[in-house]
Write a protein of this length. Structure first.
Length: 171
């Protein structure tokens, strides 16, 4: 499995038994340093291989699955990153994602607040965009979404907590 935006390794304890190894793409040296204890305790080998989700240093069709959690909001060219993930996934490979972004269409009031808050949010939170439509981006990259749940995180202001949890398959 390839995980883009590995961060501090918070997903490591939750990898299913079917995962036999993880290739972690993470640009932040600090994030990787903070992940050290989780990586050491992992039940599968985790190796850092790649710094930029927009240009993955892997052969085509290299991975059975991919994972992205709260990552697409900060990648400068998230569309390019999704195309790269599709390129390195084997046909039929699954992209599992949990991303925050643009609120559902029926919540125009929340979307308005997202548009107003985004410039400040990007400055305060490492380039984090509030208005990226995660599901649309995944399908535009050529994936077929097979399962999706769109919801607001409990305890989080709606403009920051509009989430999409899903699975998409590479052609």
């Amino acid at each position: 499995m390839v995980e883009i935006g590995f961060g501090t390794g918070h997903n490591v304890p939750f990898y299913p038994a079917s995962v036999t190894g993880v290739t972690a793409v993470e640009p932040s040296a600090l994030g990787w340093k903070l992940a050290a204890e989780r990586v050491k305790a992992a039940s599968v080998p985790v190796r850092r291989a790649g710094l930029d989700g927009q240009s993955l240093p892997f052969e085509d069709d290299s991975f059975d699955s991919a994972l992205s959690t709260w990552t697409l909001c900060t990648i400068p060219d998230a569309d390019a990153a999704l195309r790269e993930v599709r390129r390195v996934l084997k046909p039929g490979g699954a992209l599992h994602f949990l991303e925050h972004g643009l609120a559902p269409e029926q919540d125009e009031n929340v979307r308005g607040w997202q548009r107003r808050l985004e410039p400040l949010n990007k400055r305060l939170f490492g380039g984090c965009h509030l208005t990226r439509p995660a599901a649309t981006m995944v399908t535009n990259a050529g994936f077929t979404i097979t399962d999706i749940d769109v919801f607001y995180e409990k305890g989080t202001p709606k403009p920051m907590g509009a989430d999409s949890l899903g699975t998409a398959v590479a052609p």
